[in-house]
Ligand binder design. Structure first.
Ligand SMILES: Nc1ncnc2c1ncn2[C@@H]1O[C@H](COP(=O)(O)OP(=O)(O)OP(=O)(O)O)[C@@H](O)[C@H]1O
Length: 276
């Protein structure tokens, strides 16, 4: 459903953020995008919907070559790509419901949205989504009165208002506590499964990424250096992506990972030593 071929991005400053990235994503496939700061993760996800215009290469989404669309074609394609971006934060002074309905603005004529006359079906849909993300009864709260986790849930519900096929998710847990982070990741994954949605999740937390996202793409200096199962993210892979470090504290926590095989022996060994 998504195919990137030789994607490059050079900014006007001369920074080469992406150096020929190629990858494919199947319908309903959910991947985690990891890599050090400046590796090009945000540039990559922004190139997909042309918030950032690639310098070379192609993005084909659901058979549509994003680089060959006129403004109308691009708008239509973008409607099927939901964004959950930190900086696309909520409109603080609007209510939760108004924030959700603004997710439908792409479908609503200018004047209708200007007067905020929304379709009754959209309102019904918004109530359903609020309930699904665990925010039933919060529709009249102002966005600036919400906690970080609640805000992220509104962001997720808002992205789903446009009935996307693909979600681009930029650091969904960056400012959340560990428990809320896990709740948000779980919710995202469940929603993707329920709706057959594909997603690319840019995330710094490797443990969280490997726990919830079955496929991991590791980016270093604008190049994909790992693309494989979460269970394959080991000391060698992390060193390749981020550089030299003792990664054992992280690899021990990777589900099904190589380090776990040793880990299962560790308590037994410790017990033997204590008994000796
Ligand atoms: N608007 C821009 N203008 C010029 N250079 C940019 C711009 N955005 C990003 N860059 C550069 O492109 C490179 C990749 O940045 P990008 O933000 O995509 O990385 P990232 O992996 O998302 O980093 P982080 O994890 O810190 O968000 C960096 O060298 C950055 O300085």
């Amino acid at each position: 459903m998504l195919e990137l071929q030789g994607l490059e991005k050079r900014y006007a400053t001369g920074d080469l953020a992406l150096k020929g990235v190629s990858l494919q994503l199947g319908a309903g496939e959910v991947v985690g995008l990891i890599g050090p700061s400046g590796a090009g993760k945000s540039s990559l996800i922004r190139c997909i919907n042309r918030l950032v215009v690639p310098s070379a290469g192609s993005v084909v989404f659901d058979g549509v070559d994003m680089g060959r669309q006129n403004a109308r074609g691009l708008r239509a394609a973008r409607r099927r790509i939901g964004m959950i971006f930190q900086e696309y934060a909520l409109v603080e002074r609007l209510t939760v419901m108004e924030n959700l309905l603004s997710g439908r603005l792409g479908y609503t004529g200018f004047w209708a949205s200007w007067f905020r006359r929304f379709d009754a079906r959209d309102i019904e849909r918004a109530f359903g989504l609020l309930e699904r993300v665990g925010l039933a009864g919060m529709e009249d709260k102002r966005a600036d009165a919400l906690s970080g986790g609640q805000r992220q849930r509104v962001g997720i519900a808002r992205a789903l208002m446009q009935d996307p096929r693909l979600l681009l998710v930029d650091e969904p847990t960056a400012s959340l506590d560990p428990k809320t982070s896990r709740q948000v990741m779980r919710l995202l994954l469940e929603l993707c499964q329920e709706r057959g949605l594909a997603a690319i999740v840019n995330i710094h937390d490797v443990v969280l990424a490997t726990e919830y996202l079955p496929r991991i793409i590791g980016l270093r200096a604008g190049t994909v250096v790992y693309d494989g199962p979460a269970s394959g993210v080991d000391q060698r892979v992390l060193t390749h992506i981020y550089g030299d470090e003792d990664w054992s504290a992280i690899t021990r926590q990777i589900p099904g990972g190589a380090a776990q095989a040793d880990e299962t022996l560790a308590p037994a060994l410790a017990l033997q030593e204590a008994a000796a």
